[in-house]
Design a protein around this ligand. Structure first.
Ligand SMILES: Cc1cc2nc3c(=O)[nH]c(=O)nc-3n(C[C@H](O)[C@H](O)[C@H](O)COP(=O)(O)O)c2cc1C
Ligand code: SF4
Ligand code: SF4
Length: 253
């Protein structure tokens, strides 16, 4: 078994790694954007696919990846993991429906609540204690379902018609434009940017480059929040206008 993850601030990577370790100690965990991922998927029948929920949807980059490599999914047995800050509706279902079209067999869906990665929203900010509690509960959920999966019982989070309706009416219909395509909304404060290049190096989809010593977005952002969470001078924002607190799983685990 392999674990494929897309992760902005580390939550999904952490959850997929823990789940895979529980299910198959020899399994390999690999980032979706890694060059070797396609070959690894081709060579493995069973996989975990993990990603964060973005506006009750699967991130545009993940949907794009699945659709751009239609041919690799036939007969693959896929367990989908969607992490989320609060509510995901049918987060797992959003990729399950596409994968099924390309012949994948969906084993199950697991929704896991984690710290909210949106660093530039006061509304979503939680205390460190609260985030620690959330992570502990997430770990318990993953461990519980690992035992059940080993006994051939799979979770169905996000996969039923009720989840679909919840995801659609809960958020996706209202925020559809935000997740339809890559975003042009990333803002880089050129007065704050010190041109260190860290964000350029870290962007999983090469959306950033240095121009005249300042980071610049090429307007193809999947809103993963990795650069926003790691810029040393908090120069980058997206949904909000100011970084309230940079959120990184590595500050917790
Ligand atoms: C642009 C964006 C939109 C998000 N939308 C949702 C959402 O609709 N529902 C939710 O529960 N969490 C939402 N979140 C929170 C993330 O899904 C959650 O923090 C996730 O665990 C981040 O995982 P990562 O660190 O692997 O990227 C959103 C985060 C971002 C950056
Ligand atoms: S990480 Fe921040 S300071 Fe460094 S280049 Fe990117 S925006 Fe500028
Ligand atoms: S520009 Fe930043 S938020 Fe957008 S995809 Fe790259 S790292 Fe993620």
């Amino acid at each position: 078994m392999i674990g494929i993850y897309f992760s902005g601030t580390g939550n999904t990577k952490y959850i997929v790694t823990r789940l895979l370790k529980n299910l198959d100690n020899n399994g390999e965990v690999i980032a979706l954007e890694d060059k070797a991922t396609i070959e690894k998927i081709k060579n493995n029948d069973t996989l975990i696919l993990g990603y964060p929920t973005h506006f009750s949807n699967c991130p545009v980059y993940v949907r794009d990846f699945i659709k751009s490599h239609k041919e690799i999914w036939k007969d693959k047995r896929v367990l989908i993991v969607a992490t989320m800050g609060a509510m995901s509706g049918d987060g797992a279902g959003c990729s399950a429906r596409i994968l099924k079209k390309y012949g994948a067999i969906i084993l199950g869906g697991l929704h896991v609540k984690m710290p909210d990665s949106v660093a530039d929203s006061k509304l979503l900010k939680k205390s460190r204690e609260e985030n620690l509690r959330i992570i502990e509960n997430a770990e318990k959920k993953v461990d519980l379902w690992s035992e059940r999966i080993i006994n051939n019982r799979f979770p169905h989070d996000g996969l039923t018609i009720f989840h679909h309706i919840g995801g659609l009416f809960g958020q996706r219909l209202w925020f559809y434009s935000k997740t339809k395509d890559y975003s042009k909304k990333l803002k880089i404060d050129k007065n704050k940017c010190i041109g260190c290049g860290k964000c350029v190096e870290l962007c999983p989809i090469n959306n950033l480059s240095l121009k005249e010593g300042k980071s610049t977005s090429n307007n193809r952002c999947t809103m993963c929040y990795r650069c926003i969470s790691l810029c040393p001078v908090k120069a980058i924002t997206c949904v909000g206008d100011e970084v309230v607190e940079q959120i990184r799983l590595s500050d917790y685990r």
